[in-house]
Ligand binder design. Structure first.
Ligand code: GRF
Length: 203
């Protein structure tokens, strides 16, 4: 399975996946790493590992790609013969043609137990709300924000003395275990999303 990994930040999830591939735990290959941020850590990690990478400027919008940038991204992923698009801290909303082109083949990791706390700084939202358990979720990406079908979750306890950063750190540790495991299962064709209950129901 050929992976296209997209990220905007430090790239710890990418490193976890790349390490799992190197040690034979994931039967996949990172075909391409793409970032919208020129100096993102994820690109430096790709460079260090001699994995093909590109910086693709996002265009004129702040939170999404413009049409030209999206077309360039699709072209790069197709050219690299990517089977699965792995979002690893990619801070651009993907809604359009890319999702149609890679339907059911785009996954994301989110730092909460969805559907609780979608959106930004989910660990802080969980801490501020006062939940006792949070975690991380790997899900298929659909048109919404952090709404796609859930593939796997890992729970993380919120401890009494937690700060936003201590909680975030433990969630990220869980992510680095969960994401490679899910990619491994996807590569083996083992995981399938279950349907979600989206309508109201009695009881
Ligand atoms: C992760 O915490 C993930 O949940 C969120 O973005 C973060 C990326 O971190 N979607 P990194 O760049 O993989 O270190």
């Amino acid at each position: 399975m050929r992976l296209g990994v997209l990220g905007s930040g430090k790239g710890s999830n990418f490193v976890a996946i790349a390490d799992a591939i190197s040690s034979g735990r994931v039967a996949a290959e990172v075909a391409l790493v793409v970032s919208d941020v020129a100096d993102a850590g994820i690109l430096a990690h790709a460079r260090d590992r001699a994995i093909p990478w590109i910086h693709l400027p996002p265009g004129k919008f702040r939170t999404k790609l413009d049409d030209e940038a999206e077309a360039a991204l699709i072209a790069a992923l197709v050219e690299a013969r990517v089977d699965l698009v792995v979002l690893a801290g990619y801070m651009r909303i993907l809604k359009g043609e890319l999702l149609r082109r890679f339907e059911g083949r785009v996954v994301n990791i989110h730092p909460s137990l969805l559907p609780s706390f979608p959106g930004l700084a989910a660990w802080k939202q969980a801490l501020d709300y006062g939940v006792k358990v949070t975690g991380c979720t790997v899900h298929l990406v659909d048109q919404g924000i952090d709404t796609g079908p859930i593939l796997a979750q890992r729970a993380v306890e919120v401890l009494d003395g937690d700060t936003a950063s201590s909680l975030h750190e433990r969630i990220q540790k869980a992510e680095r275990e969960l994401y490679p495991a899910v990619v491994a299962s996807l590569a083996r064709g083992e995981i399938h999303a279950r349907g979600r209950v989206t309508g109201g129901f009695a009881g």
